[in-house]
Design a protein. Structure first.
Ligand code: PLP
Length: 381
């Protein structure tokens, strides 16, 4: 899980994650904290406990195995597995830990019921409908058949109905959100008319921020808990400006030296000095998940200044131009993400230089050795 051979550190601001949850929950009213993929690289157990402290009653992970691992934390609320039961061993595991599995195939419903009968327990599930993502789930027109099947399985309790939006973070594709929203509402109506008491949830972070009309009974924010603005670079950017950054990533300068005008640096000598300059060699590279796409494109923070990456990102080292940082020397801290000055780099900015989204920046940078800034005095919502 964690990279063990470098000087890179991902520092997690636990309090900021709790604050972001409170902010989103104030809007939605019943947020399930999405903590899949090791809490977007922030660490599942610590984040789960912080969200519990902020009042989260439900968390959502990816696999059933991840869901079961929450039993080793102080979180005692409901746990949803968004990927649902996939492996044969997932079915008994989900039942034993009372994991609420997303189910989008009939076989999953039958097998969860069987596992529940064997264990003399109930299996609680969320019926997952594909309203326009074209990824996982029953089709809306199958709603009555799914209802019948669920009602014929004695140890199954369908307590939620869910769907996922494909374009909620793209203002220019808003029409598709409304198509999905209308289809979802149709499914919810069919299930309720058939007698199911069911908690409907559709929104991810972007929809929670932009479409209050689709808040239904629960919401599933993920990226917003980690301070990522799903609307970064769009006309709705303002909507996500209320969030606090949650991860800083640092490394160290290994060496500082002059580069004369005309000299090239690093593999391929792809960058050539246009003037006499000073460069710092920083201890981070693509083996630390600092993407090679950042070659001559990224920026880092040294002291209170942003400095550009010059030349190729190597496996464990990257050069930056520190000509304008008078006192840079070996051993100094360098921020790849964050920083303690107005020059701080946001996950969205880093993602833009990298050619990706903040989600991937967090998941990948968070695989570096982590340190936690804990603040036990988390305010309850
Ligand atoms: C990851 C995920 C979310 C959270 O989405 P964000 O864009 O991170 O808020 C919600 N629902 C499902 C099904 C997901 O897989």
């Amino acid at each position: 899980m964690s990279i063990g051979y470098n000087h890179v550190r991902a520092r997690i601001h636990v309090r900021a994650i709790a604050d972001n949850f409170l902010e989103m929950n104030r809007r939605g009213g019943n947020c399930y904290g999405v903590v899949k993929s090791d809490a977007y690289g922030h660490g599942l157990a610590v984040v789960a406990e912080a969200l519990a402290g902020a009042g989260a009653k439900t968390l959502a992970v990816g696999t059933v195995e991840e869901a079961a691992s929450l039993a080793n934390t102080t979180f005692t609320g409901r746990v949803v597995a968004l990927l649902g039961a996939q492996l044969p061993e997932d079915y008994p595991l989900a039942v034993a830990h009372d994991v609420i599995c997303f189910c989008g195939r009939r076989e999953q419903l039958r097998r969860l019921n069987e596992a529940a009968v064997l264990a003399r327990r109930k299996a609680r599930v969320s019926l997952k409908f594909d309203t326009g993502m074209r990824r996982l789930g029953f089709l809306p027109e199958e709603a009555s058949e799914v209802l019948e099947l669920v009602q014929s399985l004695p140890n199954l309790e369908a307590i939620m109905v869910s769907s996922h939006l494909a374009t909620a973070d793209e203002p220019e594709q808003e029409a598709h959100v409304h198509e999905q929203g209308a289809r979802f509402k149709g499914v919810v109506d069919v299930l309720r008319a058939g007698g199911l008491e069911i908690e409907a949830n559709l929104c991810n972070s972007a929809a929670l921020l932009a479409f209050p009309e689709y808040h239904f009974d629960g919401q599933r924010p993920g990226i917003s808990l980690y301070g990522g603005n799903p609307f970064y670079g769009t006309s709705r950017e303002e909507l996500g400006c209320c969030l606090r950054p949650t991860m800083e990533v640092t490394s160290r300068i290994y060496q500082v030296h002059d580069l004369k005008a005309g000299e090239g640096i690093n593999y391929g000598l792809t960058y050539r000095a246009e003037r006499d300059m000073r460069v710092a060699i920083v201890g981070v590279g693509y083996a630390d998940n600092y993407s090679r796409n950042l070659s001559s494109k990224g920026w880092m923070v040294v002291g209170d200044k942003r400095v550009p990456v010059v030349g190729r990102v190597c496996m464990q080292m990257t050069a930056v131009d520190v000509t304008d940082v008078a006192d840079a020397r070996a051993g100094d801290t360098v921020w790849l993400l964050g920083g303690n000055s107005p020059a701080a780099i946001s996950a969205c900015e880093l993602a833009e230089w990298w050619g990706t989204i903040s989600y991937e920046v967090y998941c990948l940078m968070g695989m570096n050795p982590r340190e936690y800034l804990l603040d036990r005095d988390i305010q309850r919502g």
